[in-house]
Design a protein around this ligand. Structure first.
Ligand code: IPE
Ligand code: IPE
Ligand code: MG
Length: 224
């Protein structure tokens, strides 16, 4: 039976969820936070050590200013509200992504990371202003600059995810079958689950179904 060390999630479908209820896209984003809380709790219960959540991509800056502003205020509110809980629950928060353009919330992000840095039960990697292609390019550039060999091990060590094991499971909700520039390098041998449900409708029982399915997957890694 496969053990699970790391689950990564593309939390998609908030906007459509809000609109479907004749409310705003932002209403859907707020509803999505409830799912985030439930999934974190269940990840702890299942003794999974790493949870990576895609919260904002480098491409999401194309969205209307009003939505971007709302997303970042929601994020700030969430982190401030949850910091004590993270501490109590022994959860470490790590931000992955480019720091450029995150100046306004940088101090709160730094504070949360510093405060939770020694926590051990679960590490949450929050992908913020994250784009996988640039992450890979930056890693290779660094190797060239330092005159190091370009190989898998060295590319790995300059990614935001260094020290983090590769995801075992990638879940994308929202009935869309693509990876949208998320962890392209890291998911080479990850099991991918595309879920029809929109993120606010994704429940612990859906998560459990995936976890249970994964346990019996035969992972070949090229072998037979
Ligand atoms: C959430 O879902 C993803 C974020 C960028 C926060 P969306 O906002 O993409 O929702 P849909 O796909 O438009 O429904
Ligand atoms: C991916 O969702 C990004 C996040 C979940 C943060 P998008 O909704 O931005 O992806 P595309 O644009 O439909 O591919
Ligand atoms: Mg979307």
């Amino acid at each position: 039976m496969n053990s699970i060390n790391h689950v990564a999630i593309i939390m998609d479908g908030n906007g459509r969820w809000g609109l479907k209820r004749n409310k705003s896209r932002n209403f859907g984003h707020r509803a999505g936070l409830v799912t985030v809380e439930n999934i974190i709790k269940h990840t702890i219960k299942k003794k999974i050590k790493y949870l990576t959540l895609f919260a904002f991509s480098t491409e999401n800056w194309k969205r209307p200013k009003k939505e971007i502003k709302f997303l970042f205020s929601l994020l700030e509110e969430f982190i401030i509200k949850k910091l004590d809980v993270f501490q109590k629950e022994d959860i470490k928060l790590k931000i992955i992504g480019s720091k450029i353009k995150l100046k306004k919330i940088e101090s709160i992000l730094n504070k949360a990371q510093k405060k939770t840095n020694n926590n051990k039960r679960l590490q949450i990697n929050l992908a913020l202003n994250y784009g996988s292609k640039n992450e890979i390019i930056d890693s290779v550039k660094k190797l060239i600059k330092n005159k190091e060999i370009i190989n898998i091990k060295n590319i790995d060590k300059n990614l935001y995810t260094k020290f983090i094991p590769k995801p075992d499971i990638l879940i994308r909700t929202g009935n869309t079958h693509r990876v949208s520039n998320f962890l392209l390098w890291q998911i080479a041998y990850t099991e991918i689950y595309f879920e029809k449900k929109l993120w606010p409708d994704f429940k612990v029982k859906d998560y459990d179904r995936i976890i249970n399915d994964f346990k019996n997957v035969k992972r070949n890694y090229g072998n037979i």
